[in-house]
Design a protein around this ligand. Structure first.
Ligand code: FES
Ligand SMILES: [Fe+2]
Length: 364
C-alpha cells in the first residue's frame, strides 16, 4: 500500500476543508503578543505581525506605541527613520509623525497637510509581554485577554524566550494540543516512552480546548527530575493540563509529586508554560514563551537549567513543524490528504473553531 482509494482521499480532503490551516486568513480581532516589554525601548523596532509591517517604540513616559510601518508620502518604512522626542521622522524626506500616527511636519513646506497619517494599534503591556489588537479597535476589549496572573506573581520564578518558527501558527496550536508526540519528537528531551500511551481526557467547548493527562507512576526526565529531586525510577506523578486559551495563548500546567507518599503529606511542584504564538506571515510565526515554577524560586541555577533544557525541547517542535511546513508546501494539492485519530480530537475541534472565527469575522 497503499494509498487509500480516491473516495477515501476525497473524504479526507473534504474533512480538512473544515479546519483552519496555512491557507486560512488571520483572525484579526483578538489579542496577540507583539513583543516582550524589554524589547521595546526608546528606539524603533520593526516587526511584521499578522502579515502587517509595524513599527514600535516606547515614549519617554514609558508608553508603548505601535504604528503602521509605512510613510504615507512615498511608502518608506518609518522604522528606517529616526525617533526624535517621541515622534518618528521619516528617513526619506523627513515627514514627522506623532504617537497618534498624525503627520505633524513636512520640512519642504510651512504648512503640514491636515488629516494625513498612519494607522495606530492598541497595545496592552502586562507582566513581561506587550499584547496588541490588530483588528477592529472598537472590539479591543481587555476582558478578551485570558488571565495569566502567575507571570506577574512573586511566588512564581519565570524565565522567557523567543523562537522563530518557520511554519503556520495553527500547526503550533495543534502541536500544543497533542501530547502524544512527546514520546517521539521529544524522545531525547522531555518525552518519556510511557507518555504517548497514557490515558487522557479532553475538555472541548466553544473556544476552550484542553487535554488532561495523568502519567502515574512515571520516571521524570532530567529537566523535571533534577529540580524536583524526583529522580527515582517510577517515583513521580506527572499531571498535565494543556489548554488553548485564545488564539494568542496556550498554557501548559504540570504538577509533579512523589506518588509513593500519601496524599496530603507530599510536596507538590508546579510548573507553567505560556506558549504565545503570533502569526508573522502565513508560513512563519513569532513564538514567545514564558516558563514559571513555584518551587526553588530563589535559585537562578535552577532557572537556567530548566530554561536551557526546555528550550532544547521547544526547538524540537520548531524544527519538526518547519519540516512539516516544507512538506505541505511541496505536496501537490491533489496528493495532499491527512487523516486524524482519536487523540487529535481537541486539535481538530480547535482548528474548526479558528476557521469558524475567521469566517464569522470575514462576514461581519
Ligand atoms: S517617504 Fe516618507 S517623507 Fe517621503
Ligand atoms: Fe512538543
Amino acid at each position: 500500500m497503499t494509498r487509500p482509494s480516491q473516495t477515501v482521499i476525497t473524504a479526507a480532503q473534504n474533512a480538512s476543508l473544515r479546519l483552519a490551516d496555512r491557507q486560512t486568513p488571520f483572525v484579526m480581532n483578538d489579542w496577540y503578543v507583539a513583543a516582550f516589554g524589554e524589547e521595546i525601548q526608546n528606539q524603533l523596532l520593526a516587526r511584521t505581525l499578522l502579515g502587517r509591517r509595524l513599527v514600535f517604540y516606547r515614549t519617554t513616559e514609558g508608553r508603548v506605541v505601535a504604528l503602521e510601518d509605512r510613510c504615507p508620502h512615498r511608502s518608506m518604512p518609518l522604522s528606517a527613520g529616526m525617533l526624535e522626542h517621541d515622534t518618528i521622522v521619516c528617513g526619506y524626506h523627513g515627514f514627522r509623525f506623532n504617537t497618534e500616527g498624525d503627520c505633524i511636519e513636512v520640512p519642504s513646506q510651512a504648512n503640514c497637510p491636515k488629516n494625513v497619517g498612519i494607522k495606530t494599534y492598541r497595545t496592552h503591556e502586562r507582566g513581561p509581554v506587550v499584547w496588541i489588537w490588530m483588528g477592529d479597535a472598537e472590539q479591543a476589549d481587555l476582558s478578551k485577554l485570558p488571565a495569566q496572573d502567575w507571570m506577574e506573581e512573586a511566588d512564581w520564578a519565570c524565565s522567557q524566550g523567543y523562537l522563530s518558527l518557520k511554519a503556520n501558527y495553527v500547526r503550533l496550536h495543534e502541536n500544543l494540543l497533542d501530547l502524544t508526540h512527546l514520546s517521539y519528537l521529544h524522545a531525547k528531551s522531555f518525552g518519556t516512552p510511557d507518555y504517548a500511551k497514557a490515558a487522557f481526557e479532553t475538555e472541548i467547548s466553544d473556544g476552550q480546548f484542553a487535554l488532561l493527562r495523568n502519567v502515574v507512576p512515571t520516571t521524570l526526565p532530567p529537566v523535571w527530575g533534577i529540580p524536583t529531586g524526583l529522580t527515582g525510577q517510577g517515583q513521580a506523578a506527572r499531571i498535565v493540563r494543556s489548554e488553548f486559551r485564545s488564539l494568542g495563548l496556550h498554557e501548559v500546567s504540570v504538577t509533579f509529586y512523589d506518588c509513593h507518599l500519601p496524599e496530603g503529606g507530599r510536596p507538590q511542584f508546579r510548573i507553567r508554560t505560556a506558549h504565545m504564538p503570533t502569526p508573522e506571515t502565513a508560513t512563519t510565526t513569532h513564538y514567545f514563551l514564558v516558563h514559571g515554577r513555584d518551587f526553588a524560586q530563589d535559585d537562578p541555577a535552577t532557572t537556567r537549567f530548566m530554561h536551557d533544557q526546555l528550550f532544547v525541547a521547544f526547538q524540537e517542535d520548531v524544527d519538526g513543524l518547519a519540516l512539516q511546513e516544507q512538506v505541505l508546501a511541496n505536496t501537490p494539492a491533489e496528493d495532499l490528504y491527512e487523516f486524524s485519530v482519536a487523540a487529535d480530537a481537541p486539535a481538530v475541534a480547535m482548528r474548526r473553531y479558528v476557521l469558524d472565527r475567521q469566517q464569522k469575522e470575514a462576514k461581519a
